[in-house]
Design a protein around this ligand. Structure first.
Ligand code: HEC
Ligand code: HEC
Ligand code: HEC
Ligand code: HEC
Length: 164
C-alpha cells in the first residue's frame, strides 16, 4: 500500500508539504496521548484503534527516519520521544501543555485561550492535502465522523484524577 506516495513526480508535493506543515505541526508543548488519556480514557481507547495511532509505526524503519514522511505521519516531526509518535490527540486538538491542567480544562473559555482548538477541515488539511494522491477524495463531512469519538465519550463532569 506504499503506492501513491512513492511514485515518481511526488517530490514537489512532498517538499511543499514539509515546509507548509512544519510550523503548524511541530511544537515543544505536546504532552502525549497517554496523558490526555488519564482523564479521557474512552477517547484514548477509541483513538488507539484508528490508523492515526499507528501512522508512524506502520512505516518501515527507514521511512520513520525520513523527515518528509515524519512531517505528516507523526505529531512532532522533530521529536524521537515514543510517547509523541503517530498522529495524536494534540495533532487535532492543539498542543496541550497549557490547557491540560484540570482547572483549565473545566473552564471551556479558558481552555480555548490556552490552546484547545476548534476542529475544522483546516485541522486536517496540512496532512490530508487536496493535492495528495489518494484512492478516494478526502471528504471532510464523512471522514470526521470516523475520528470524532462519537462512539466513545468519557462521561462529562466525572471527577477527574489527579493532574499529570
Ligand atoms: C486532568 C484531567 C484532564 C487532562 C489531563 C486532559 N483533560 Fe481534556 N478535559 C478534562 C475535563 C474535566 C473536561 C471538561 C469536560 C466536562 O466536564 O464537560 C475536558 C474537556 C476536553 C475537551 C472538550 C472541550 C469542549 O469544549 O468540548 C477536549 C476536546 C479535551 N478535553 C481534550 C483534551 C486533550 C487533547 C488532552 C491532552 C492534551 C486533555 N484533554 C487532557 C480533563 C482533562
Ligand atoms: C502531506 C502529508 C504526507 C506526507 C508528506 C506523507 N504522507 Fe503518507 N499519508 C498521508 C495521509 C493523509 C495518508 C492517509 C490518507 C490517504 O490515503 O491519503 C497517508 C497514507 C500513507 C500510507 C498508506 C497507509 C494505508 O493504510 O494505505 C503509506 C504506506 C504512507 N502514507 C507512506 C508514506 C511515506 C513512506 C512517506 C514519505 C516518503 C509519506 N507517506 C509522506 C500523508 C502524508
Ligand atoms: C483526527 C483528529 C482527532 C484526534 C487525533 C483526536 N480527536 Fe478528539 N475530537 C475530534 C473531533 C472531530 C471531535 C468532535 C468535537 C469537535 O469537533 O471538536 C473530538 C472530540 C473530543 C472530545 C470532546 C467530545 C467527547 O468525546 O466528549 C474529547 C474529550 C476528545 N476529543 C479527546 C481526545 C483525546 C484524548 C484524543 C487522543 C487520545 C483525541 N481526542 C484525538 C478529533 C480528534
Ligand atoms: C498530522 C497529520 C494528520 C492530521 C492533522 C490528520 N490526519 Fe488523518 N491521517 C494522517 C495519516 C498519516 C494517515 C494514514 C495513517 C495510516 O494509515 O498509517 C491518516 C489517516 C486518516 C484516516 C483513515 C484513512 C482514511 O483515509 O480513511 C481518516 C478517516 C483520517 N485520517 C481523518 C482525518 C480527519 C477527519 C482529520 C482532521 C479532523 C485528520 N485525519 C487529521 C495524518 C493526519
Amino acid at each position: 500500500m506504499a503506492r501513491a506516495h512513492l511514485t515518481a513526480g511526488l517530490t514537489t508535493f512532498v517538499a511543499v508539504a514539509v515546509i507548509g506543515s512544519a510550523t503548524a505541526l511541530a511544537g515543544p508543548d505536546h504532552i502525549g496521548a497517554r496523558r490526555c488519556g488519564a482523564c479521557h480514557e474512552a477517547e484514548y481507547q477509541a483513538w488507539r484503534k484508528t490508523p492515526h495511532a499507528q501512522a508512524l509505526a506502520r512505516l518501515s524503519e527507514k521511512q520513520q527516519q525520513n523527515a518528509q514522511c515524519r512531517s505528516c505521519h507523526t505529531m512532532d516531526p522533530w521529536s524521537s520521544d515514543p510517547e509523541l509518535a503517530g498522529v495524536q490527540c494534540e495533532s487535532c486538538h492543539g498542543a496541550g501543555r497549557a490547557y491540560a491542567p484540570d482547572l483549565v480544562m473545566r473552564d471551556e473559555e479558558l481552555s480555548r485561550l490556552m490552546g484547545l482548538e476548534k476542529i475544522t477541515e483546516a485541522t486536517c488539511r496540512p496532512c490530508h492535502r487536496a493535492d495528495a494522491p489518494r484512492l478516494r477524495a478526502f471528504d471532510y463531512a464523512t471522514l470526521v465522523k470516523q475520528v470524532n469519538h462519537a462512539e466513545a465519550r468519557t462521561p462529562r463532569r466525572a471527577p477527574a484524577p489527579a493532574q499529570p
